[in-house]
Design a protein around this ligand. Structure first.
Ligand code: SF4
Length: 216
C-alpha cells in the first residue's frame, strides 16, 4: 500500500468517518433483500419501503409464501419492481433449498439472482468480511482519484484490493460511496469542498494545477 493511497484513505476517513451502510435491516437476510431493492433506487426510499415490508415478511419462508403481486405492491416505488420481486422470490427459495442463509461470499453468489456486488455488500456489512463492493459511486470516485484505472466494476474491485491492505477494504468501500454520494457527484463534483484535490487525478488533469502527490 503506497503512502499516497494511505493518505487518500486517511483524508476520506477524516471527512466521512461515520461512513457505513445506510440501509436499515435487522438480519443478514433483510439486508440482502434491501440490497436487491436498492438497485437504481436511493437508500432512503428503500428504507421507507422495508419499514413496512419487513413488518409483514422478514424471512425467506415468508417471502416464498407471499404472492408475487402482493410483494410487488409493497416494493412498487423502488422501481423495476417486477424484476426485483422475482429476484426476492428466487433468492428466498434458494435459501430455503440450501437450508439457510450462506455466510460466505461464494455461498451468497450461488443464490439465484445474487451477483458479486450484492454478495460483497452482505458479506462485508452483515458478516464482517473483508470485501469491496463496487457500485456506481465506488467505480467513479476510485477512477477519478486515480486509485485505479479500470474500465469495469470487476477490474475496479481487483485494482482496489491490490492497492489497499485487506483490513481496509470494507471501510474503503463505504468511504468511496459517501464521497461519491455527498461530494464527488457524477455530474458536478464539488471539488471546491473536497480535501483530496491535491491527490486527485481528475482534478489535476482538469484544473491545470500540477502536483507531485499525484504520482507518489
Ligand atoms: S477533487 Fe473533485 S473529482 Fe477529485 S475526488 Fe474531489 S470532488 Fe471528486
Amino acid at each position: 500500500m503506497t503512502d499516497r493511497n494511505l493518505k487518500i484513505y486517511d483524508l476520506l476517513d477524516a471527512q466521512h468517518s461515520h461512513a457505513e451502510c445506510e440501509l436499515d435491516y435487522g438480519t443478514p437476510f433483510e439486508l440482502l433483500v434491501a440490497v436487491v431493492l436498492s438497485a437504481q433506487c436511493t437508500d432512503k426510499r428503500v428504507n421507507m419501503v422495508t419499514d413496512k415490508l419487513f413488518k409483514v415478511a422478514s424471512t425467506p419462508e415468508a417471502f416464498d409464501a407471499m404472492p408475487i403481486e402482493e410483494l410487488e405492491s409493497y416494493i412498487f416505488s423502488c422501481g423495476f419492481y417486477h424484476n426485483k420481486a422475482k429476484a426476492i422470490k428466487q433468492l428466498s427459495r434458494s435459501i430455503i433449498e440450501r437450508g439457510g442463509m450462506p455466510e460466505t461470499r461464494e455461498g451468497l453468489m450461488e443464490l439465484s439472482g445474487v451477483g458479486r456486488k450484492t454478495a460483497n455488500v452482505v458479506y462485508s456489512v452483515a458478516y464482517g468480511g473483508n470485501a469491496i463492493a463496487v457500485d456506481t459511486h465506488v467505480f467513479r470516485v476510485a477512477n477519478r482519484l486515480g486509485l485505479v484505472d479500470a474500465k469495469t466494476p470487476e477490474l475496479t474491485e481487483t485494482g482496489l484490493m491490490q492497492a489497499f491492505d485487506e483490513d481496509k477494504w470494507s471501510h474503503l468501500h463505504h468511504l468511496l460511496i459517501f464521497h461519491g454520494r455527498y461530494v464527488c457527484h457524477s455530474q458536478r463534483p464539488d471539488c471546491g469542498a473536497c480535501t483530496l484535490r491535491e491527490y486527485c487525478k481528475y482534478f489535476l488533469s482538469t484544473s491545470g494545477v500540477s502536483n507531485d502527490n499525484e504520482t507518489l
